[in-house]
Design a protein around this ligand. Structure first.
Ligand code: XUL
Ligand code: CO
Length: 437
């Protein structure tokens, strides 16, 4: 989310007409790109087709679509500009004039639904502030949200695309610089509460299947100005109020907390899966919340790609996945599209073992690189990641069907029950895994 305006083309074509032509009811945003077909025999240069993701193909009793429950995130894909701390926006979207107007917000939304439909993805996700501009007052902001969610509801009905989850942006506005739920200023805490109240109401209106909390500013930069137990207790109280309000309004979606160790804060309280599980159990919230795991956050916490997914699932608390990847040689949240088949196989093995993610899904919290400036790159990136997870699903199904790897773990315990030094056979296990990927 950036206040930078998209690049001007510099050729005089950035006049109002360039954008308002997209206001027409029959306007097409992605001209030249149709519904993405399944083409298993496609060659390596054909990247606008699915070579592995075949939505209706049945794998272990469910269709690929049912296992994978892919979702497009609105913030990166329709609000990302390519700006980074060192450079201005690079991504020009012909319908987006960079303004904070409702007209622009509506154009983006309609572009979004055309994109979801052409891609063949059945779910989307958003932050409140991605879809509707923040007004001068809370009342004005909420009115904007009402108007935009009317349009979203209409587009959902028309296309059959559903809302995997909604969330509140409690981190971008300066009022939240010292936190939202954990902010020591009661006025700010109350503001955050009002924002979440509205967030839950629009989630209900749009039939969201989940609701996410990511506490980007809930943590500290220096322990010298922070009382950690007070802040954690305030956070727990905030979550309890959200769970109570969910019940009060009859919203049935699952509440999810998304761990991340750092960035933007130096230390984020929801460090990783086990930290959140411990927090939920300590404050007796484990029956109200599950976890939304993002592997790029897991690797930032110093764990292997699949670690948090496996840990959350082991405790029955894996609710959904923000399916992305970091760059193993970089230490920050690069939010890349997941293209590693071995990682996808390990994730899908855990998901099959818990019999699916529903009502969660695989949400692509990913952004195209700032150098990937073509509109087609928006499609190619999602298709590549969907094919990766389709391959991961097939591989994991084969691993479980053949049972060689799972039997190996059981057999090892039976054969080596005595506490004598014996081989853990890691390389043997890795070689077996490589057989499947
Ligand atoms: C930030 C992040 C968020 C959450 C939703 O790293 O992952 O986009 O997924 O707020
Ligand atoms: Co995320």
């Amino acid at each position: 989310m950036s206040s930078f305006a998209p690049l001007s083309k510099g050729d005089g074509s950035n006049d109002a007409a360039q954008y308002t032509k997209f206001d027409a009811a029959d306007a097409e945003f992605f001209k030249g790109i149709g519904t993405i077909p399944f083409k298993p025999d496609a060659g390596p240069t054909e990247t606008l087709v699915y070579k592995h993701y075949n939505a209706k193909e049945v794998v272990r009793g469910k269709t690929m679509e049912e296992w994978l429950r892919f979702s497009v995130c609105f913030w990166h894909t329709f609000r990302g500009t390519g700006a980074d701390p060192f450079g201005f926006p690079t991504l020009v979207r012909p319908w987006d004039d960079g303004s904070n107007t409702m007209e622009n917000a509506k154009r983006r939304l309609r572009a979004g639904f055309e994109f979801f439909t052409k891609l063949g993805v059945k779910y989307w996700t958003f932050h409140d502030r991605d879809i509707a501009p923040e007004g001068e007052t809370l009342a004005e902001t909420n009115k904007n949200l009402d108007e935009i969610t009317d349009l979203a509801l209409e587009l959902q009905k028309k296309t059959g695309v559903k809302l995997l989850w909604a969330t509140c942006n409690l981190f971008a506005h300066p009022r939240y610089m010292n936190g939202a739920a954990s902010n020591p200023d009661a006025h700010i805490l109350a503001y955050a509460g009002a924002q979440v109240k509205k967030g839950l109401e629009i989630a209900k209106k749009l039939g969201a299947e989940n609701f996410v909390f990511w506490g980007g500013r809930e943590g500290y930069h220096t322990i010298l100005n922070t009382n950690v137990l007070t802040e954690l207790t305030n956070m727990a109280n905030f979550f309890r109020m959200a769970a109570d309000y969910k019940k009060k309004i009859g919203f049935t979606g699952t509440l999810l907390i998304e761990p991340k160790p750092k960035e933007p804060t130096k230390h984020q309280y929801d460090y990783d899966a086990m930290t959140v599980i411990g927090f939920l159990k300590h404050f007796k919230l484990e029956n109200e919340f599950k976890l939304n795991i993002e592997p790029n956050h897991t690797t930032l916490a110093g764990h292997g790609y699949e670690h948090d997914i496996v840990m959350a699932s082991a405790f029955g608390l894996l609710g959904s996945v923000d399916s992305n990847t970091g760059s193993p040689d970089l230490g920050w949240d690069t939010d890349q599209f997941p293209m590693d088949v071995k990682n996808a196989t390990l994730v899908m093995k855990t998901i099959i073992e818990q019999n699916g993610l529903q009502p969660g899904g695989l949400n692509f919290d990913c952004k195209v690189r700032r150098e990937s400036t073509a509109l087609a790159d928006m499609f190619i990136s999602h298709i590549g990641a969907m094919d990766t997870f389709a391959r991961g699903l097939r591989n994991a199904a084969k691993i479980l069907e053949e049972g060689v790897m799972t039997k190996h773990v059981k057999k090892y315990i039976m054969d080596n029950g005595n506490p004598t030094a014996c081989s853990g056979q890691q390389e043997h296990c890795e070689a077996m895994l490589n057989y499947y990927v």
